[in-house]
Ligand binder design. Structure first.
Ligand code: ZN
Length: 281
């Protein structure tokens, strides 16, 4: 690739028009990475924008290593389940879908054919999957939302902990990412005297045990019984029975590196596949 196609900056909003045009003309298979997160309560100690801040850190690293453009079109995501806590801003499902579809459509008009969606908020997951399906159908572009790697020792260790303690939201796993990427916004002192606030039926609590032989079955029964709003089952806003102060920043650093490398490998492999006929102009 000629020097002209090499980006010096990676955020779409920071590029000049000529810099964007040169990249588009000279990069053999340009990829735009779109990040989604949320603005929602994250317990007493993490910033409201935790998921969006985290996805920005992730996609910027991936963009830098793959000469891709990254974009974070909106701070909020789909978070109606957190509205019981002040500070949460939720888009409706149609608004979030619209933001993503309009973003893809706009850049598709200018000739981008490969879009990578990266999500850091569970509430957005189904909407994002639908956007992948619809944008491929209606915008004439390739859209992917890869997740992984799930088979590494570290991935398994984290998954086990998340299963055992329901360490899903604002617990040690998420706190570690925040301490890694934006420590200046974390207020650990607000956890002083913190005790688990998860209100969960004793019978269901038994289901949170990945060592059970019937774990695949019971975790789905557990999910079926999970109440819809966060304030239905936790007064502190933290899901999880383990203490956020157990956050392991080194572990988060290693996991971040694994995830960045996985997405870099995905993009590099994707670029080797010629544009399938249906996506040609
Ligand atoms: Zn979060």
């Amino acid at each position: 690739m000629s020097e002209k196609g090499k980006l010096k900056r990676f955020w779409l909003q920071e590029l000049t028009r000529p810099a964007f045009e040169e990249w588009l003309e000279n990069e053999p298979a340009p990829v735009v990475i779109i990040g989604t997160g949320s603005v929602e309560q994250h317990g007493p100690h993490l910033p409201l924008g935790t998921d969006s801040l985290a996805v920005r850190a992730l996609i910027e690293d991936v963009a830098r290593r793959t000469n891709s453009v990254c974009f974070h079109p909106c701070w909020p995501g789909y978070s109606p389940h957190h509205m019981g806590f002040p500070g949460t801003v939720t888009f409706s499902e149609s608004t979030l879908m619209g933001v993503l579809m309009d973003t893809i459509d706009s850049l598709a008009v200018h000739g981008v054919k490969r879009f990578l969606l990266v999500n850091a908020h569970g509430g957005n997951r189904n909407i994002m999957a639908l956007v992948v399906q619809l944008a491929k159908r209606y915008s004439g572009v390739m859209v992917a939302a890869p997740t992984g790697p799930s088979g590494t020792e570290l991935a398994k260790k984290i998954r086990y902990r998340m299963g055992k303690y329901w360490d899903v939201h604002s617990g040690p796993t998420e706190t570690a990412y925040a301490l890694l990427h934006f420590p200046e916004l974390v207020e650990m002192e607000r956890l002083e005297g913190w005790e688990p606030t998860l209100e969960i039926d004793e019978k269901l609590r038994e289901f949170l045990n990945p060592d059970r032989p019937d774990y695949e079955l019971v975790r789905q029964v557990y999910a079926a019984c999970t109440q819809p709003n966060t304030d239905d089952f936790t007064s502190s806003g933290v899901y999880g029975l383990n203490d956020p102060r157990e956050a392991d920043v080194e572990e988060a650093r290693k996991r971040h590196e694994e995830r960045v490398q996985f997405l870099v490998d995905f993009i590099n492999l994707w670029k080797k596949i010629p544009l399938p006929p249906a996506f040609k102009d």
